[in-house]
Each structure stands twice: as structure tokens, then as C-alpha cells.
Design a protein around this ligand. Structure first.
Ligand code: 5AD
Ligand code: SF4
Length: 419
């Protein structure tokens, strides 16, 4: 979501007459698009921001804007801490980044319900895969999470706007669309989310449809059936569980039990046998006991996710969890996180190994970062595949690939032919 906000701001700035430069020393404007989900991102940001102070000394025309969740959360506080900052722009005000540069006013952090009604331009990275917003904000108030405070209330984009943007992307040659929302299952346009998927499925030129993120409490039959029946909707779901302990889930305000979550994964796997399920885990939530942690570990073993993102609990201002008793020492959180990550490494490795000798459909994205001789792409289940050198493999192609090796973080294979 945050990366795509940057693409939108770049689009808005281009319309306002700006062009992108590669070297920050040549820039007239530097925009920091910050993330506030955990404290570490915040520390990194402030140390980078400090460098622009000396840059401004050498280039007095330079303007510095701070955007994103830290901007929203700290508002004027950003300027107090770093007075050389010119603009503070919250995530609900990315459409104002152009205005800000006209020098109207320094701080743009108000509620902006019109954002969802607007069609903002975007300058996307690459030309194979595109992110498309379907909704903004979040109403869930999980007790650890800052997003409802920084991104505001849930607002759905009108289905017509979404569909016409995707038709435009198809005409430009994009092959894969990822629909973005904090909780796509609560999409409320003139169409339901599964209906929206059906319309996108009919757009010629689009080959793959993905969406993030689904909240387990709202995952319903309609979506599962749409995933099963619509050929372009990929067999992957990111379904954050956060913890395997009912007690912790309750304190997190997640509104499901482990059993309910488990039943939904069983249901998904029954309807869509090859589906990949990935998740998010928080290690060391306030009050998490050794037994709660064990429940998470056994949940990982029982469900067998294809991949996880796991994080140490991080205190966030304004959230309810920040006020709870039982905050754990960093060593305990680190130890639990390590156990979770190393267990999952084995599980992911085994699941990837099981794909050896299978044939997978891969959408080629470009040269591999680790080895530019190879091209890289993803399976429908969102697994990275590095393809052995072959002259006819180019970006944007849908290929059949025979998987030769299943490793911990990626697969390796050889192209059989174009699909
Ligand atoms: N501490 C640690 N992880 C967090 N997440 C959200 N808030 C916090 C926090 N305060 C994680 C959740 C969420 C993912 C996007 O970030 O796991 O699903
Ligand atoms: Fe945060 Fe929960 Fe909303 Fe996700 S659903 S953005 S974790 S409050």
C-alpha cells in the first residue's frame, strides 16, 4: 500500500510538471514516504531525513516533504523535530502533494473522504504488474495497529473507477493486477468484492488477478467460490493469523479463534487444492505467555503455510496494546521470533521442495536480482521462480516452467514453452 502511494504521488507530481531524477543531489524536491507500522521503520527514516539538512545548505532551493504514516501520526511534531522539513503530507492527502508544492500551507493531515472518489494518476514501476487501490483506510482497530489512526476510516472506490483504470492498464500491456485494501473483504461499492473480481476477470489482456489483504473474520464463501471459479484469480491468499492463541487473539481484537481460522484454511484448501496460504505473525504481544507462544508454534506446524511475515511486537502510539500490562523484554520477543522464523524456514523449504518436477505457469517479470543471467517471475501461487538462461524468455511472457529445484526462498526451473 505504501509503495503504491509513492507511485500515485509520482503520478500527481508528474502532472504538476515534475520529472523524476536518479540522484537526490539533483532534486528540487525530496519526498519521504514513511511507514509507521513498527518502530524500526521510524528510526531508519529519521536518520535518513537528517541527511537532507546538509543537502539544503548546499542547495537552498531544495524542498523536503515528509509523507506517509509517520507524517500523519506526528503532524507538526515532524517539523518540531526537523524544522527544515517544508511539507508534512498524510496518506489520506497524497492527492495534495501537487498543491503542497505551490506553497499553500505546510501540513496536510486532515481527513480526506474524497480520496476514494478520485482517479489519481500513477507512475508505476515496470510494465508487467500493477497495483490498483480498491479501498482506503481500516475500521478494524486491531489493538496493536496504527493503521486505523493514520489511514482513517474505510472507504471503497467506485467499481466503475476501478474497472476503467484496469482497462487502461490492460491497454498499456499490464498482465497482472493486485487489488489493494487493508481488508478487501469489506469492500462496499455498487458491486460486492466477488462481483468486482468477476468483472475484472472479463477484461481482455489481464492474465492474473491478485488481492491483498483479507481479514480472516470476513472471509466468506462468495470470495472462495470466486477464487475457485474465475480462471484469472490466482491460487494464493494472504490471510494474517497474528497468533495461534485464542487468549492473545482476543486481546488483539482480531474477532476470530484459532479454530475458526483453521476451518477457513481447510475450506480454502478443499475448494482450491493447489492454493498457497501465507500469513503474518506477531511475536511477543503484551501478556503473551510461553504457552501462548507454543500455541503459535503448533499453529504453524498444523497449518503449514507457504510463507510468513513475522515481526516482534512493536509499541505504537495511540494504540490500545500500548497501554496493556505485560510488555515483554526485547530478548524474549527476539527469542520467540527466531523460533518462529526457523520453524517456518523448514516448512517453506519442504513445501517448495514438493514442487520439484512439477510444471508451473510463470509470469516473467525481468532479470533476477541475484543473477542477471536468469530471468525471474512468479507462479500463480506467488512463489518466485528463477528461470535458467534461455534466449526466448522476455518480461511479460506467460511460460510453462519445469521446476528443477525447490529452495527455501525461491524455485529454480527451465522454460518448456510459451503458454
Ligand atoms: N508490531 C508488530 N507488528 C505489527 N503489525 C502491525 N502492527 C504491528 C505492531 N505494532 C504487523 C501485523 C500486520 C502486518 C502488516 O504488520 O502482523 O498484519
Ligand atoms: Fe491494522 Fe488490523 Fe486494520 Fe490490518 S485489519 S490494518 S492489522 S487494524
Amino acid at each position: 500500500m505504501n509503495v503504491h502511494d509513492s507511485e500515485r504521488m509520482l503520478g500527481v507530481l508528474r502532472q504538476a510538471g515534475y520529472a523524476r531524477v536518479d540522484d537526490p543531489l539533483k532534486a528540487d524536491l525530496i519526498v519521504f514516504n514513511t511507514c509507521g507500522i513498527r518502530e524500526k521503520a521510524e528510526q531508519k527514516f529519521y536518520s535518513l531525513l537528517g541527511r537532507t539538512k546538509t543537502m539544503k545548505r548546499d542547495n537552498p532551493g531544495l524542498k523536503v516533504a515528509v509523507a506517509g504514516c509517520i507524517a500523519q501520526q506526528q503532524g507538526a511534531g515532524v517539523k518540531e523535530r526537523a524544522p527544515y522539513v517544508d511539507y508534512v503530507i498524510g496518506p489520506q492527502n497524497i492527492d495534495r502533494v501537487g498543491d503542497a508544492l505551490l506553497g499553500r500551507k505546510g501540513i496536510f493531515t486532515g481527513d480526506n473522504p474524497e480520496l476514494a472518489q478520485k482517479d489519481l494518476p500513477a507512475e508505476r514501476d515496470g510494465y508487467v504488474k500493477a497495483w490498483v487501490n480498491v479501498m482506503y483506510g481500516c475500521n478494524n482497530f486491531c489493538s496493536y495497529c496504527i493503521v486505523p489512526y493514520t489511514r482513517g476510516r474505510e472507504r471503497s472506490r467506485p467499481a466503475d473507477n476501478i474497472l476503467s483504470e484496469i482497462k487502461g492498464l490492460a491497454a498499456e500491456g499490464f498482465k497482472e493486477i493486485t487489488l489493494l485494501g487493508q481488508n478487501v473483504n469489506s469492500y462496499r461499492g455498487e458491486l460486492s468484492f466477488p462481483e468486482l473480481l468477476r468483472f475484472i476477470n472479463d477484461i481482455e489482456g489481464i492474465e492474473r488477478i491478485r488481492f491483498v489483504t483479507s481479514h480472516p473474520k470476513d472471509l466468506e464463501e462468495g470470495l472462495i467460490m470466486a477464487m475457485r471459479d474465475l480462471e484469472k484469480v490466482c491460487e494464493h491468499i494472504h490471510l494474517p493469523i497474528q497468533s495461534g492463541s485464542d487468549r492473545v487473539l482476543k486481546h488483539m481484537n482480531r474477532k476470530y479463534t484459532f479454530d475458526e481460522y483453521l476451518r477457513k484454511t481447510e475450506w480454502l484448501r478443499k475448494a482450491i487444492p493447489d492454493i498457497a496460504i501465507t500469513t503474518d505473525i506477531i511475536a511477543g504481544f503484551p501478556g503473551e505467555t510461553g504457552d501462548d507462544h507454543k500455541a503459535t508454534v503448533s499453529a504453524l506446524k498444523e497449518i503449514g503455510f507457504d510463507g510468513i511475515y513475522a515481526f516482534k511486537y512493536s509499541i505504537r502510539p495511540m494504540t490500545r496494546a500500548a497501554e496493556m500490562d505485560g510488555h515483554l523484554p526485547d530478548e524474549v520477543k527476539s527469542e520467540r521470533l527466531l523460533e518462529i522464523l526457523s520453524l517456518q524456514d523448514q516448512i517453506t523449504g519442504a513445501r517448495n521442495k514438493a514442487l520439484q518436477d512439477t510444471i508451473q505457469e510463470v509470469l516473467v517479470e525481468g532479470p533476477s536480482e541475484s543473477d542477471p543471467e536468469k530471468m525471474t517471475g512468479r507462479t500463480r501461487t506467488n512463489k518466485i521462480v528463477n528461470i535458467l538462461p534461455s534466449h526466448h524468455v522476455v518480461s511479460g511472457m506467460l511460460l510453462k516452467v519445469r521446476i528443477l529445484k525447490g529452495q527455501r526462498h525461491s524455485l529454480e526451473g527451465v522454460a518448456i514453452n510459451g503458454l
